[in-house]
Design a binder for this molecule. Structure first.
Ligand SMILES: [Zn+2]
Length: 377
């Protein structure tokens, strides 16, 4: 594998040499970041700006939903054929209990007044004060109150498990910290799904060298690079998360970003088998699926009742890649960010029944508050 990679870089070097001798123009050596070949491949193309069926985006963030004019958002959603947007940032950025409560109530009010069928709001657990007396009960009660007010699920940010969340002694709170158990149990009791994002792609822990697939991302977003044990290795964070799934079989968890195993579907398959209460969501990992369309299709067919559509960052034009990978059998088409994927995409060509489940049926099952009449049978 090392040798192959070396050959690739060597080839880039030779291309520059050819350009210099043939064109007579002197170019700087052509680096990875500049290399941007125009594909000469002629194959049929099916560029999609709308999904085949209306869909539910289970992973979206709108921080100013309590005050924003939602009609602009709805127009953008309509253009994509997005039936329902699930805003996971119910409590906003706030780390303060009272402020977060005001935020989520404002969001729920705005939605209820204007577009009650088009938006769902998830709450977030209060992670400040872990270790203080009565913390677990208090945090669980807050979830209960938010659900009473209209929240239909809970989102856990990746800060849990990283150094951002500390207990009252200043120690990192592990994802599997038993002091959080009352929160997970409460969600199970209330019957609301918990969408949880833990860790980052494993490459962020790996050495930043020519063998790292996320080299460009780590170069352009230096803050994402981690030491091999910062704050613990990738595998340890994953194990912490899985321990929560195992301890709370009655709570339904949606593992965001396919649990960061979209590039190892055999591993993910073993996790799906092990945890019947685990679902996955495909936000930010479509490039992993689009480079292995056959394995990904098999996985989607096998787990068609457990996979949900999500996107995470709200950039409407980027949804096109998702639709094209999921729906078409197009070959060798570009992804929208070189730093996620310097490789090309291939469509999985999912059957209609699977598409419908991924686009909306599975989400409706997990969130019964969604008005079904907006979606086909
Ligand atoms: Zn997110």
């Amino acid at each position: 594998m090392m040798k192959k990679h070396f050959t690739f870089l060597y080839l880039l070097g030779s291309l520059t040499a050819v350009a210099q001798t043939n064109g007579g123009q002197i170019e700087q050596p052509l680096g990875f970041e500049e290399y941007d070949p125009v594909s000469t491949l002629k194959v049929s193309e099916h560029k999609l700006t709308r999904s085949k069926y209306p869909f539910i985006d289970i992973h979206n963030h709108q921080y100013s939903m309590s005050s924003q004019d939602l009609s602009k958002l709805v127009a953008d959603m309509d253009a994509l054929n997005m039936g329902v947007m699930v805003n996971l940032s119910g409590r906003g950025w706030s780390q303060q209990w009272a402020e977060g409560t005001t935020t989520i109530k404002g969001m729920l009010d705005n939605v209820k007044k204007n577009y009650p069928k088009r938006f769902m709001v998830f709450t977030n657990p209060e992670l400040k004060g872990v270790g203080s007396p009565g913390y677990g009960e208090r945090a669980a009660k807050q979830v209960e109150e938010d659900v009473k007010a209209g929240a239909v699920g809970m989102k856990v940010y990746k800060s849990l498990g990283f150094s951002g969340i500390k207990d009252t002694d200043g120690k990192r709170v592990a994802v599997s910290d038993p002091r959080l158990d009352p929160i997970w149990a409460k969600c199970g009791e209330l019957g609301i799904p918990v969408i949880i994002h833990t860790a980052d792609p494993k490459s962020f822990w790996d050495p930043l060298d020519r063998y790292n697939e996320r080299w460009l991302e780590l170069k352009t977003h230096a803050g994402r690079k981690r030491g091999s044990n910062d704050p613990v290795p990738f595998d340890s964070l994953m194990k912490e998360q899985h321990a929560v799934f195992a301890r709370h079989p009655k709570t339904k968890f949606i593992n965001a970003h396919m649990g960061w195993y979209p590039n190892d579907l055999r591993k993910l398959d073993s996790l799906m088998t092990r945890f019947p209460n685990m679902y996955v969501e495909i936000g930010a990992v479509i490039a992993e699926l689009g480079r292995q369309p056959r394995a990904a299709k098999q996985f989607f067919v096998k787990w068609q009742d457990k996979i949900l559509f999500g996107k995470d960052s709200w950039v409407p034009s980027e949804y096109a890649t998702y639709f094209r990978v999921l729906e078409t059998e197009d070959e060798y088409f570009p992804y929208h960010k070189k730093y996620h994927a310097f490789w090309r995409m291939y469509g999985m060509g999912l059957p209609d029944e699977v598409l419908k489940k991924v686009y909306y049926k599975n989400a409706i099952k997990l969130i019964p508050a969604i008005d079904k009449s907006q979606f086909p049978e």
